[in-house]
Write a new protein. Sequence first.
Length: 299
Amino acid sequence: MAPQKLTSREDYEALVDKYDTFLFDCDGVIWHGAKAVPNIQSTLSMLRGRGKRLIFVTNNSATSRSDYVTKFTKLGIQAAVEEIFSSAYATAVYLSEVARFPPEKAAYVIGGSGIRKELQAVGIATIGHDDTAPVNLATLAEIEPNPDVGAVVFGIDYEINYRKLANAHINLMYNPDSLFVATNDDRTLPGGKHVYPGTGSMLSSLIHSTQRTPLVMGKPNKPMLDCVMQKYRLDPARTCMVGDRLDTDILFGISGGLSTLCVLTGVADEASILDASAPQATYYMDSLGDLSELATTSP
């Protein structure tokens, strides 16, 4: 069945009435960079006022959950740490609770402070963030495997460089027991007017050089889905996943047996949503902010 476009107040009422829980991606749905999507504050307040449960599920690993709360607050949006499930947090949960990461080992991290903070919060030491010195063919020999490294964790890194990639490569190749975990493998990253290379585009170089396949935590992959479903005890029939990407957000919802809503404020456009070969959203609409119409009294 083709996705249904929501355009009227009646459409919006039917959507809100049908679900108890809404899962939201953030980039391209709630905000663009440091700017909130228009009317999103009213939409989320309206949903809370109607007793809906809101959960923010994001592949962006650059920011910790506590820092996300700060960002939500700055944008005038209510959110608690317990309502935020990021790929960085999922990675920390996996390493500490599933992989039983040895306490004497450290994770070599390519990524931002969000990953480091979440790993450190569960007692996992991190290294690699300060590997910023230039390297050339004459100085490559100084890059050696570190026996203390028990995992290489890869996320979005806006300061990625050859030294970091070389360190990750050498530890994966010569520490055979080292785990290889990626927070997500998004091909692109929305950034306002344009989209830019995402974690997956950078990750591909390390996959190619090591010929190793990482465990990918983020949407639409099963580890993230299992963690979210278990943590929040979701009823799939009463839950809707809202996102802007068909290959991550919408596929994530479909894989969990959830209804899905794709918005046109991020990566996906109407043509891609209506492409029968793409993951099929249940609904789509111009912007999640349009639901703010329900915050006003009907005439």
